[in-house]
Design a protein around this ligand. Structure first.
Ligand SMILES: [Zn+2]
Length: 329
């Protein structure tokens, strides 16, 4: 612990940290000493001194002094332990998966605070609380993620790099139900479904990851493939745990490879939309899967339906089961 502390302080010198926080200072003429306005109390004449060699500060105005950890405790009103966590994040190499994980956890906490979010889920037929937790469904109200993550010590650079915050500095996801997208069990993206008037589907920059929950689905000899997360949620809720989701009708290379990783039957259950695009995509995919010796069945929902609307409008597990049995080969 003591040793880690020393390493942390070496990795992130006090003076560097203060400069990152926009502290401006001038050398006092004593070589390693700098002076500037105190960040801890209001003053007009500089009385905050930093000794760069000793890595310590002292303010003659408010009498506070100490090392980097002490400075973070005082300036951010954190405990010793919280300050350490904060500083470790500040000085660690940027890890997009970690920040996406934090964002997803934050969004999950918001779900209960916004009645409109739960109402939307209800409207899409998603009611089972265990399932909501299992799929890590969250809600992005918009306007509060950036502050939350900055306070945790993540840099604005990293937030913008992951796309959580847009180039203008605002939360990217706004009034959207949020699902994490994973690759090898790490979150690589977030998918947000608008509950308002904004464009329905939104991903952050970057890859959309694996087939959803593939680790638990791949063991089944036959799987149901759907294009949307709300399709998946209602199918799981109805007991069809061998359903997975490609988040759109176009499978990326990894998702396609996953479907082909052993002999199985794939029930393609894409939307039956008026322009026929869902079924066209299903036919194209069936063709490519058959070339890999995968048995395919095309499930035909009633016109105008996707699996979600089928269940929301009163369809039940028994009826969906008959659709699977009648699926076209
Ligand atoms: Zn002071």
């Amino acid at each position: 612990m003591g040793e880690d502390l020393e390493k942390l302080k070496q990795r992130l010198p006090l003076l560097d940290y203060l400069r990152q926080q926009n502290w401006s200072a001038r050398p006092t003429g004593h070589g390693v000493e700098f002076v500037g306005l105190c960040p801890l109390h209001a003053e007009t004449r500089p009385s905050f001194y930093v000794n760069a060699r000793k890595n310590l500060f002292y303010c003659h105005g408010c009498g506070q002094g100490g090392d980097l950890i002490r400075f973070v405790e005082l300036s951010r009103h954190l405990s010793f332990r919280q300050s350490l966590t904060y500083l470790e994040r500040q000085s660690a190499p940027a890890d997009p998966a970690a920040v996406l994980q934090q964002a997803s956890a934050f969004y999950q906490q918001q779900l209960d605070r916004y009645p409109e979010a739960r109402q939307y889920l209800e409207q899409r037929g998603v009611r089972d609380l265990t399932l909501i937790r299992e799929l890590q469904i969250g809600y992005a109200p918009g306007g509060s993620l950036r502050r939350h993550l900055l306070a945790q010590g993540y840099s604005l650079d990293l937030l913008q790099h992951t796309g959580l915050v847009n180039p203008q500095g605002h939360d990217t996801l706004y009034q959207r139900i949020v699902f994490p997208c994973c690759q090898d069990s790490r979150i690589v993206n977030l998918y947000g479904r608008s509950i308002g008037t904004a464009f329905a589907h939104r991903f952050l920059a970057g890859a959309k990851g694996d087939l959803v929950a593939w680790e638990s689905v791949r063991q089944f000899p036959s799987v149901i493939l759907v294009e949307g997360m709300f399709d998946l949620a209602v199918l799981w809720q109805a007991g069809f745990r061998h359903a997975t989701c490609s988040l759109g009708t176009h499978l990326n290379r990894d998702q396609f490879r996953q479907l082909c990783d052993r002999p199985r039957t794939v029930y393609l259950t894409f939307d039956v939309d008026a322009n026929g695009s869902g079924q066209q995509a299903a036919q194209g995919l069936a063709h490519r899967l058959r070339a890999q010796d995968i048995t395919t069945r095309r499930v035909l929902l009633p016109p105008g339906h996707d699996p979600n609307s089928f269940f929301v409008q009163g369809g039940d597990a028994r009826q969906f089961h008959s659709l699977l049995e009648e699926a076209l080969s």
